[in-house]
Design a protein. Structure first.
Lengths: 865, 176
């Protein structure tokens, strides 16, 4: 969609001629081009249309008798604006005095104190004294708006920001303003807790201390803290964050608004799971297995043990990387295995490996869509992924496009997505049918009726549905952005995707293209620096390709592979087919794990454990799915070991890998500083050439804007119809999995998020539930042979015959189910945990529970030496 | 160019040499001084024999800090707002706040100071903390005897500041 064309106009601001783009809101134009601050409370462009609720921004415009709100007045050519007249000053003072009439002025106990727009504006524009001596409005305070957010309704100035956010940005429609006039207050309409994936953003939006974070409650004052900018490595979206640090502890995560990445929002996982960094359970020193037990060991001993095992394994060593692995770590580790040991058994994703020509073609800069494209494209196509679970802020971005720019959303997925309501067309295929769907869509777009029918039925749908979907996809316009999960890329799916892109001519249309949603936060970076079985740094050809994840598991189980290095990866939790991995890790001679907690993998199978750094401790780069190389910057020191011997605690992981390389005599793989490794990465990957850490800075650098990567153009591939889905009996269901937003080990360790930890839910269609006598919230068992318990959740949008369970969760994980065809039984009546997001009991507003105290003291008394 | 002081030169007039002025210099000036000495000698000593005796201070003297409680409820006046820490030019106050609960009510507000430390070896006794405090929870007392053998012993905790200090310093009477 063409982004709005800007025309420059000139207007007069306090007697000066200012040139600014036409139609810009006066407050913004005055601030940006006129260097004049007009105070605002309710105005926030990210929330959509201005509402003019607070009247703080009054200005005088010649020709209009009354004062006007600058936040809702677009500038026009020749407009004459005054912001410094007596009339304006009187109005501003009156508005501040009016807002303070009911504001309790309990700043000394209010968490916003010191960083409060109301305080700042009162100092800057307020009257200094109040004439109000009558009693103020009183509410019970503070209440629990949700387990994460405290609301103090007395402090609210009724600016509507939080309500507008809930209604128009997050679209969860939960917050409303109740009552009228002075009695108004913010609440959910029936008083239930405001639990939503993005609820924490209202804490940052509230211009007063009415909405405060319970996890941060009373932890620090702005003058006690330091802000440390880095990038959240919790998921692929890689939102830019600012960590609030006090005494070497992360106390809060704030957004560091980057319109090209996150648009200024964060999900609650990113906002609150920092607590895991300081969890008691963290591993803070190396462990080595002696006999059956893991024992704390010195770094020298652990490095020696790891090096000895790798040396022995030689080209029978393998490595898996995921999680917060940086480009630097991946580069060093893949170099160690490939150059020193001669093994290319390197795997990152849970998806299958695609052939090198496809991997290269998918990285074509011409085909690359960016995050802002999600908002401005004519049409966005989601292929078998749900952004809310995998890259949550993209969900908000797509909603914004649909709501404000008329972007058309079309969704093709097995499991209904959170965005279905906003979609112009949805298509459901059977779980595991993504490949069939892509081949069928390609056939529909090219008019190949022969393939269409077969591929459609291999996807578990039919030719007409696909054809209609293809028409809907084409109807919006030429700018199409295709978002696909890397799990969808199996078999010929990659080639089909490339075909679709060429049939839609995406390579030659600006602001259109493909956007991958990798299953691991730095999936793209790992691939680009050469942590892959099939290619080296920068997708270079290598002589002896290695195994992908599945083949590594079977290789370890059969004894072909001896040693595996698990870098921020927990295959028993996050990879499909847990039994196969249990066997593999059980048979492996040595398992070297880089891990922060005693997971099952570590406890049962690891022989050498290196403590993992948390992302606020890391220094390095990661690559966003749209090619933006971003910097992780160290915000806090590494934790010390329990023994407190200097140097025995957590160490930087590039250093650990470098030490292992030194022990192995691989001098090319050693480094003396993290920045040296970054430099080597930038030299080794052709399209990162010329980058520097300074150049990347705080905002990142998209390599596509500075470098080229030539991809051989080929004609559309000729595709065969994929194998049809395995047959299923009458009473059986096809199993699909999804990874809930909350399925993350850091969530498990964060006290604030305990209430929302992902539990097993079994999502099934109304028809299938009725046929089995299952009601919403009933306890059920699912499986075929192996069974896992879960809570039934009935979703109308699921087609009959499919069932979905959560993977990546701590208990009753779906990856123990190895059959794609399962049965579901009811085992008991429902309990209270009916949904994966538990809504707590819902007392009426007035009787709502007063807030229980938040968790204990975060900062210990400082040691005195 | 040689320096020319010009009009800046001040001519010092020495007393003239000679009998009368010489005698004056030898005796009269000395006697003048001795007169003062002897007249004071009868007044008795004014040296204070510290530490047995202490200098009295004025009521508004700024010495060691004290934290206060409400007399009726016994709750701490400090709510842990940290404004003193913000005002402190020497950056020697550290406050970590926590939340009052019905079971553990420490202060009168929603929050209280769980950790309150003043590093007296850094404090410059300017009294800004006292001025900043919205609840009159901290005042500067009269105690100036804070010497110690360890720097770390000069970090006063909340308990030490709350405890009623030994009133070791005499106060000056109003007419003194
Ligand atoms: S709670 Fe805060 S954001 Fe919401 S209306 Fe009140 S002042 Fe505005
Ligand atoms: S900022 Fe303009 S009315 Fe609130």
């Amino acid at each position: 969609m063409p982004r709005p064309v800007v025309k420059e106009i000139t207007f007069t601001l306090d007697g000066r001629e200012i040139t600014a783009p036409e139609g810009m809101i006066l407050v913004d134009a005055a601030g940006k081009y006129g260097d004049t601050e007009i105070p605002v409370f309710c105005y926030e462009p990210k929330l959509g249309q201005p509402v003019g609720a607070c009247r703080m921004c009054l200005v005088e415009i010649e020709g209009i008798p009354k004062l006007q709100t600058g936040c809702s007045t677009p500038i026009r050519d020749g407009m004459v604006v005054h912001t410094q007249t007596q009339r304006v000053h009187d109005a501003q003072r009156a508005v501040v005095e009016f807002l303070l009439i009911n504001h309790p002025l309990d700043c000394p106990v209010c968490d916003k104190g010191g960083e409060c727009p109301l305080q700042d504006i009162t100092y800057g524009w307020g009257p200094g004294t109040s004439r109000f001596i009558e009693p103020k409005r009183h509410f019970k305070k503070p209440l629990e708006l949700s387990p994460l957010i405290a609301i103090d309704r007395e402090r609210c100035i009724l600016c509507y920001r939080c309500v507008r956010y809930s209604q128009e940005v997050a679209e969860d429609y939960q917050l409303v303003l109740q009552q009228r006039g002075a009695a108004s207050y913010v609440s959910t309409f029936d008083g239930h807790p405001y639990v939503a994936p993005f609820s924490g953003n209202i804490i940052e939006l509230c211009p007063v201390g009415a909405l405060t974070s319970r996890a941060y409650r009373f932890r620090a004052r702005p003058w006690d803290i330091e802000g440390a900018g880095t990038v959240c490595a919790g998921c692929t979206a890689q939102c830019n964050v600012e960590l609030t640090v006090r005494d070497e502890r992360v106390l809060r995560v704030l957004s560091r608004d980057h319109s090209e990445v996150d648009d200024g929002w964060l999900c609650d996982k990113g906002r609150f799971s920092y607590q895991a960094v300081h969890a008691e359970e963290r591993i803070t020193q190396p462990l080595v297995r002696e006999g059956a037990e893991l024992h704390p060991a010195s770094w020298e001993k652990a490095i020696e043990a790891a090096a000895a095992a790798l040396k022995k394994a030689g080209d029978r060593a393998a490595a898996l990387a995921g999680g917060t692995t940086t480009n630097e770590e991946a580069f060093l580790l893949s170099g160690l295995l490939r150059d020193k040991l001669g093994s290319s058994h390197l795997a990152t994703g849970v998806g299958g490996e695609q052939p090198l020509d496809v991997v290269r073609a998918l990285a074509d800069p011409k085909l690359q869509a960016t995050v802002p494209d999600l908002e401005f494209a004519h049409t966005v196509l989601l292929v078998d992924c749900d952004p809310i679970d995998e890259a949550p802020v993209w969900d908000l971005r797509i909603r914004k496009g649909v709501r404000r720019h008329g972007t058309k959303l079309v969704v093709a997925s097995a499991r209904p997505t959170a965005l279905d309501q906003n979609a112009a067309a949805t298509l459901r295929f059977a779980p595991g049918g993504a490949e069939g769907f892509l081949v069928a869509l390609d056939a529909a777009l090219s008019g190949d009726a022969g393939n269409l029918g077969g591929a459609a039925s291999a996807a578990g749908t039919n030719a007409t549905a696909i054809q209609e979907f293809a028409d809907a996809l084409r109807a919006g316009g030429e700018e199409v952005v295709i978002v696909y999960g890397d799990r969808a890329l199996r078999g010929s799916a990659g080639r089909a995707l490339l075909n679709i892109a060429s049939r839609l001519n995406l390579a030659n249309v600006a602001n259109a293209g493909l956007l991958e949603l990798p299953s691991t936060p730095n999936g793209r970076g790992l691939r680009e620096v050469g942590f892959a079985a099939g290619h080296g740094p920068g997708f270079s050809t290598i002589s002896a390709p290695g195994h992908g994840a599945e083949a590594i598991a079977s290789g370890l189980a059969s004894g072909d592979l001896h040693t595996v290095w698990l870098h921020h990866v927990d295959p028993l939790r996050n990879y499909p087919n847990r039994p196969a991995w249990e066997k593999a890790l059980g048979t492996a001679q040595t398992v070297i794990a880089v891990e922060s907690q005693l997971t099952d993998t570590v406890r049962e199978y690891a022989d050498v454990v290196f403590p993992a750094e948390a992302y606020p401790e890391k220094e390095g780069t990661i690559t966003h799915p749209d090619g933006r190389v971003q910097r992780l910057r160290q915000a806090i020191g590494h934790p010390r070991a329990a023994s407190d011997v200097p140097g025995s605690g957590v160490r930087a992981l590039w250093q650990v890998i470098s030490d292992v390389a030194r022990e192995l005599g691989h001098s090319a793989g050693t480094a003396i500083a993290g920045a040296v490794v970054s430099k080597r990465v930038f030299e080794a990957v052709p399209f990162y050439n010329g980058m520097t850490l300074d150049g990347i800075g705080g905002r990142g650098l998209r390599w596509q804007e500075h470098a080229t990567f030539e991809v051989e153009q080929s004609d559309p591939f000729v595709l065969a119809v994929p194998a049809s889905l395995p047959a299923k009996g009458e009473s059986e269901l096809r199993l699909g999995t999804f990874r809930p937003l909350w399925a993350h080990k850091d969530v498990d360790l964060s006290p604030a998020l305990q209430f929302i930890r992902a539990k097993q839910v079994v999502e099934l269609s109304k028809a299938d539930a009725d046929a089995r006598g299952i009601g919403e919230g009933d306890r059920v068992e699912i499986g075929n042979g192996t069974r896992i318990p879960g809570t039934a959740r009935i979703r109308a949008a699921i087609p009959a015959g499919s069932v979905f369970v959560a993977e990546g969760i701590a208990e009753h994980n779906a990856n123990v189910l190895t059959h794609g065809i399962v049965e579901v039984h009811r085992v008991g009546p429902g309990s209270t945990d009916a949904t994966s997001i538990p809504i707590q009991s819902t007392p009426a507003v007035e009787g709502r529970a007063e807030m229980p105290p938040s968790a204990g003291l975060p900062i210990p008394p400082r040691e005195v030496t | 160019m040689p320096y020319d002081p010009g009009d800046d030169v001040v001519v010092i007039h020495q007393p003239r040499e000679g009998a009368a002025s010489g005698t004056f210099r030898a005796f009269a000036a000395t006697l003048k001084g001795l007169k003062m000495t002897f007249s004071r000698a009868v007044e008795g000593t004014t040296t204070i024999g510290y530490p047995e005796e202490k200098t009295p201070v004025y009521p508004r003297f700024r010495g060691r800090h004290k934290l206060h409680r409400f007399e009726d409820t016994g709750l701490e006046k400090c709510v842990g707002c940290s404004l003193c820490a913000a005002a402190c030019p020497a950056d020697c106050i550290r406050v970590v706040a926590a939340e009052n609960t019905p079971e553990n009510r420490v202060s009168a507000g929603e929050r209280y100071a769980a950790v309150y430390e003043i590093n007296l070896s850094r404090c410059i006794f300017c009294g800004y903390c006292e001025i900043a405090c919205p609840f009159d929870a901290i005042t500067l007392g009269h105690d100036y005897e804070m010497a110690d053998y360890n720097r770390s012993d000069l970090i006063f905790t909340k308990e030490m500041l709350l405890a009623e200090p030994l009133e070791r310093t005499p106060l000056r009477t109003p007419d003194e």
